[in-house]
Design a protein. Structure first.
Length: 336
């Protein structure tokens, strides 16, 4: 590999990759519980006391902010091309797979232009059964980051901008009174409560050295205080996303310190994007197939079948996608 390519590649954090795996599995856990209960004809409220999927998404957003911070020295054009190649090929391939998979149960799925381009809208395309709303946020953040990187800002300027972004999201909080408004904000996407997570992840990256000197017990104590606040005080999305984001940012900071991680966790972290994309269509088809069957009388066993099967199929797709992306990235122009 040329020396210039080595220098342009951001450092590798095995702990961050393991955290990606955890985030993806949390989302799979959430969807598996919901659809298992639907197939078994029981309410999922008693089995879903925590929003596992939301925690997983928040971890993903904080990790994205951290990783984009690592890429801040790239030329803006190079950064934009790399991010587009990371997001769109796998997403569009998953759309095609989802349409084919859902056809097996007679469910009609469609791909419209806004969805294909991951444009911010106020009404999501639920027919694909892909939780792609998070990718809309990712793309919006990448576009903003590319525009910022064009001006070659200093770390200090980026830190001020990230902090100001959090303040701006707080000021616009009244426009997002509920989860639906926050996850599909349309033109207001850059001030949605969820954008705070990217800013927190970016700050964690920019201040690794300072944060690295903080005792892990202090970070854990702050996280515990945030969890207590979440369980004690009623909050609107702009409030609880910020508080949960602080917990997730703390997890990112601790994960970034890890010098090693188990090989299976790193492998699953590499496959996490594909796992995240494809697991839900698989769950939907499995839940439909088992509804009314003898297995539906044993919810725990049904949950195990759905969770393990969807995770296995999603992880296999993710491994293939990750390998394909690495090949595409090698032939992509270094400086567009």
């Amino acid at each position: 590999m040329p020396e210039s390519a080595r220098q342009s590649r951001p450092p590798y954090f095995p702990g961050i990759q393991a955290l990606r795996a955890i985030a993806a599995l949390l989302v799979v856990l959430q969807h598996s519980i919901v659809y298992t209960c639907e197939a078994a004809g029981i309410g999922y409220g008693d089995y879903l006391k925590l929003g596992f999927g939301l925690w997983g998404v928040m971890l993903f957003f904080c990790i994205s902010g951290f990783v984009i911070g690592l890429n801040r020295h790239l030329p803006a054009g190079t950064f934009a091309v790399r991010r587009a190649l990371r997001i769109y090929p796998a997403f569009l391939a998953t759309c095609a797979l989802s349409i084919a998979i859902l056809a097996a149960i007679g469910a009609e799925a469609r791909l419209d232009v806004a969805t294909a381009l991951l444009l911010p809208v106020s009404s999501l395309n639920d027919s694909l059964r892909i939780p792609y709303w998070t990718l809309v946020f990712e793309v919006a953040f990448y576009a903003l980051a590319a525009a910022a990187f064009w001006f070659r800002p200093t770390d200090r300027a980026l830190s001020i901008a990230a902090a100001a972004w959090i303040v701006l999201a707080q000021l616009f909080g009244r426009y997002f009174p509920n989860e639906a408004a926050a996850t599909a904000p349309g033109a207001l996407i850059l001030v949605s409560p969820y954008t705070q997570l990217f800013a927190l992840g970016m700050l964690a990256c920019l201040h690794q050295d300072e944060l690295g000197r903080i005792d892990p017990r202090a970070i854990i104590a702050i996280a515990a205080a945030c969890l207590f606040a979440l369980s004690t005080f009623p909050m609107t999305p702009v409030g609880y996303v910020l508080v949960q984001g602080i917990v997730c940012a703390g997890a990112v900071v601790l994960a970034a310190r890890a010098a090693a991680a188990p090989a299976p966790a790193r492998w699953l972290g590499d496959a996490s994007y594909g796992l995240y994309l494809l697991h839900l269509p698989v769950i939907v088809v499995l839940a439909s197939a088992f509804t009314g069957s003898w297995l539906a009388r044993y919810p725990l066993l049904l949950f195990a079948v759905i969770a393990v099967s969807s995770a296995a199929v999603g992880a296999a797709f993710g491994a293939i996608e990750h390998s394909a992306h690495r090949r595409i990235a090698r032939v992509a122009p270094a400086r567009p």
